[in-house]
Structure formats: C-alpha cells, structure tokens
Ligand binder design. Structure first.
Ligand SMILES: Cc1cc2nc3c(=O)[nH]c(=O)nc-3n(C[C@H](O)[C@H](O)[C@H](O)COP(=O)(O)OP(=O)(O)OC[C@H]3O[C@@H](n4cnc5c(N)ncnc54)[C@H](O)[C@@H]3O)c2cc1C
Length: 492
C-alpha cells in the first residue's frame, strides 16, 4: 500500500473533527490544531460547581446524517441520541398555556382550535409543499460539491421549475399564504431563527426546514448533554492515531506558487502537511489569515452575516417542575420585534429568548435538587451593537421576565452565572463581528456563491464548516465534512 498523504486540520469544531475522522479512516495521517483549550468549537460546554451546560447547539435535526457518518467511518455512533417529543414548547405572552410542538400533526393541530379551526388541513398542505422543496433540492443542491458557479447554475436548472416562485418570497410570506392566525404564523415561522436570521429576511426555500422538523425526522438530543458528541469523536480520533494540539491559533501562512507550505501560529511555529483543511470560518480565514483582497474589511462588512447571540448559563438550587427541556418565550409583538431585532439594540429591553434545561433529562448535569439552565437570546451582531457594557442589565431583564412567566422568582436561587456576548463569541471562536452562525443563508450566499470549500489560489487547501457549503447547523457540518473529505481524496 502506498503511503497516504499527511493532512493538517486547523480548527476542532464539529466540521473539523468529522473531516479528521473520515480521512484518518481512509489512511491519511491526520493532525489537528485548535485555538482553544478543548475541542468542539461552538459545540462546547461549561462545567462549574457540579453544573454542566451546553454552550451552543442544544438539539439537532437530520439524525440520519450522523448515522450515515458513523457507518462511512466504520464505527458505532460514539454517543447516544434521544428523539425529542415534544420537539419544544412555545410560550407567547398573553396566552397562558404553552404550545407543545409535536411531530404528530393531529396532536399538534388540536392546540390551534381556538385560533385557526382548520389548522390541520392547512398544516398538511404547507408540509406537502415544504416536503417537495426538500426532496427536490437536498441531494441535488445541498449534498453536492460545485467546482464552479456555472456547474452550480446548471444544477439549479435541474430543480423542478414549479419551485421558482418560492425564490422570490420570504419565509414569512410563504407562511402567510397558508395560515391566517398570528399564533400559527409565529410558531411555524420560528424555525427561520434557527438559521440565524428572521423569517422576514430568510428565503422561503428554507420552509423545507419545517419538513425536517415535523416529518423528516424531528429533533434529537444527546444523553448526558451535547458535548458527548465531541467527547465521542475525540476518543475515536485518538484511537485512529490523530494528534490534537490545543491553544494553537493560526495567524499567518507561508505559500509558494500554488502550494500552501505552512500555517504559522501565534508563537511563530510553522505547521506543515501535504494537505491543509481550514475548519476556521471559511470567510474569516481568507480575510484574517490569507489576507485576500476579495475578503478585505470593506468586502467582509458588505456580506450578510447572521445575528449575534447573547447566551447565559445559570445554575439554580431549585427544580423547575413546569419548564420543559426546550422552550421558546415570545412577546406579543412578533412581527414588529422580528423585523427590527437584528439592527435595533434598543428592543433588547424586552427580548425574545430560548431556555434549555439540560438537567431535565440528565440528572448528572446538576447537583441534586438543582437545575442547569441555558438561555439563548438572538441579538444584533457587533456591526449593529458593538458595546455590551449593558450585558447584565439585559440578562437581568430576561431573568425577571422568565421568573414572571413561570411563576417562580429564580433570581435568589442562582448559584452559578456565566455569560457570552457576541464579543465573547467573536474572540473565542473567531466569528466575524460576533455573528453566531457565520454567513447568512440568503440566495447570494449559498451553494457555489458561499465561500468555496476549495481555495482559489492554493491547490492543497480546503475548507469545512458553517461558512462554506452547505451552511450552518450540526447536520450541515457533517455533510460539509463529507464534501471536504471528497475534495481531499480527489487531490493530486
Ligand atoms: C448559541 C448557538 C446555538 C446553536 N444552536 C444550534 C442547535 O441547536 N442545533 C444546531 O444544529 N446548530 C446550532 N448552532 C450552530 C452550530 O453550533 C454550528 O453551525 C456548528 O457548531 C459549526 O461548526 P463548525 O465546525 O463549522 O465551526 P466551529 O464550531 O466554529 O469550529 C471552528 C473551530 O475552529 C477554531 N478556530 C477558529 N479560528 C482558528 C484559527 N485561526 N486557528 C486555530 N483554530 C481556529 C475555533 O476555535 C473552533 O473550535 C448554534 C450555534 C450557536 C452559536
């Protein structure tokens, strides 16, 4: 057997870890470097005083992508996944009962009787269209490598033209064509926020996400917390002989002709390999490490970035019986709020937010009689709000709102309190202007119009992760790792 080439992967987020395992299993000599003290990137965890918190992703869709990944690597999935039911709850201010989001459409629809009596018929019709969008695009557009914009356009031309009108509409517009009540419209369009923007500036193509959440195949958690994914992958990588180096941040490079010869870290150390894969954000890496003109400061600021996140982690010495595992808390001005929240920091006085109670189904994630709570509040990124000196004021207002809604003042029960503003997300993971999910998914920034997963100048440099093709989210990172590994295997 001829000796396989060496591969260096810069960044140990889920995209980098999955690519490393795929390549190690194919016989490549793989080494990884990571800026932080532990692997996982945004899929990370905080442990403090007996409490465990997921820091970023708290559930995922398209579980079959993880199973396919394990099979392709010849391993058992190294963590236990648990299907969610309900998927999550949505609490709307002024309505005293939460809406339980169930995959069982009849059960889900029953809750809309007071608001939209023929909801079930409308929902099934809406999902039929979302399903056909999914079926007609996922293999063709999402799971394909594109060598050029022309190839991408030719591929798009194969998509059933019946979907063309959808291209011109927003997610919100599509939802309003099917549903009349504000309750139904809000709850169905909420999934657009999962892409880091709002239903008002997300294309209706992404109503296919409603198909993935309700039909194909719901949402999943990991037993013991989401970080078990990272721990499991790191174990598999170590078994496969992959070396991981932490606290190594790539700052510059050395290249000759078409070859990227070395990445250079913060201490001036050179890291070399035959092939290099950047898991650092694909646009940021070209901007700050490669210093490419096409990714100058001016051009970066002109791109569309996702919102920032204010996340905070509370350990409380009390159980919360009436709060589910995954919960959304909305106000009563959804349309106004969602159209303005991206750019208007003033709205954060009364924010919308998500609460995850990891200890609900994982006793070992909090001391006995306690609860570990993780709050996510979508906020303007640093382009629209650079000053976060009011972080604690905003967090306190969310804690007060949450306490009022659940009928228990949790403030005196807080024993652990940690938080990340967009500034922290930016500095920890090199996320441009603190945008939580990287580049937005508008028509001009997807497919071959997203930063490519191969480099424009160096023939031995590839990319994997959220800001290259196909996009953000854990299953997309797994698909991205497959596409990046395919590129490496074709490398000559
Ligand atoms: C608050 C929040 C909630 C989320 N919730 C969900 C969810 O519920 N479900 C879901 O599916 N997705 C969710 N996501 C999205 C998901 O986290 C990401 O899409 C995914 O984790 C991205 O993985 P990645 O490998 O592309 O990038 P990253 O996780 O960012 O990994 C990149 C790695 O590269 C490292 N790096 C960067 N620059 C350098 C450098 N110069 N040198 C060395 N290393 C470097 C970083 O430190 C990082 O470890 C959420 C994201 C956030 C922020």
């Amino acid at each position: 057997m001829t000796k396989k080439q060496s591969v260096l992967i810069a960044g140990a987020g889920i995209g980098g870890l999955a690519t490393a395992l795929r390549l190690a299993k194919k016989g490549y000599q793989v080494e990884m470097i990571e800026k932080n003290e532990q692997a996982g990137g945004r899929l990370n965890q905080i442990k403090k005083d007996g409490f465990t918190f997921d820091t970023g992703p708290s559930f995922f869709s398209m579980s079959y992508e993880f199973h396919a990944f394990a099979k392709e690597c010849g391993i058992e999935l190294p963590f236990d996944i648990v299907e969610l039911d309900p998927l999550y709850t949505v609490n709307i201010k002024g309505i005293d009962k939460p809406f339980y989001i169930h995959k069982d459409i009849s059960k889900f629809s029953d809750q809309f009787k007071p608001y939209e009596p023929d909801f079930e018929v409308k929902m099934r019709k809406y999902l039929k269209k979302a399903g056909s969008l999914f079926d007609d695009t996922v293999d063709l557009v999402i799971k394909n490598n594109f060598d050029s914009k022309l190839k991408y356009l030719l591929t798009l031309a194969q998509v059933n033209p019946i979907h063309l009108p959808v291209l011109t509409r927003s997610f919100w517009k599509q939802v309003t064509r099917y549903f009349d009540s504000k309750e139904a419209r809000q709850i169905i369009s909420l999934v657009a926020f999962f892409l880091g923007r709002t239903p008002f500036d997300t294309s209706s193509i992404y109503t296919l996400l409603s198909h993935t959440e309700f039909v194909h195949d719901g949402y999943y958690n990991v037993k013991g917390g989401m970080y078990k994914i990272v721990e499991g992958l790191v174990k598999e990588l170590e078994k496969a002989g992959v070396k991981l180096h932490y606290n190594v941040e790539i700052k510059s490079y050395e290249g000759k002709g078409k070859k990227l010869e070395a990445l250079i870290d913060q201490n001036g150390k050179k890291w070399t390999a035959d092939i290099i894969v950047a898991n650092a954000d694909a646009a940021v890496f070209r901007h700050s490490v490669l210093k490419r003109k096409a990714y100058s400061q001016e051009k970066m600021d002109k791109k569309n970035w996702t919102m920032g996140y204010l996340t905070f982690y509370l350990g409380i010495d009390k159980k919360l019986a009436n709060v589910d595992h995954h919960n959304y808390y909305l106000g009563n001005n959804y349309e106004d709020y969602a159209t303005r929240v991206m750019r208007e920091p003033g709205l954060l006085e009364k924010p919308y937010y998500y609460v995850n109670v990891l200890s609900k189904h994982n006793d070992n994630c909090a001391p006995a009689g306690s609860e570990s709570l993780f709050f996510v509040c979508p906020v303007p990124n640093l382009i629209y709000k650079a000053d976060w000196s009011d972080r604690d004021k905003i967090i306190d207002s969310i804690i007060d709102d949450f306490s009022e809604r659940i009928g228990t003042n949790i403030m005196p029960h807080i024993v652990v309190r940690e938080s990340y503003t967009p500034k922290d997300w930016e500095s920890r993971f090199n996320l441009y202007r603190g945008s939580g999910l990287g580049l937005a998914h508008d028509i001009k920034q997807i497919g071959a119009l997203r930063p490519a997963n191969f480099d424009e100048e160096f023939s031995n440099l590839y990319y994997v992760g959220a800001s290259t093709h196909p996009g953000a989210g854990l299953p997309m990172a797994i698909i991205s790792s497959k596409l990046a590994a395919e590129r490496v295997e074709k490398h000559v």
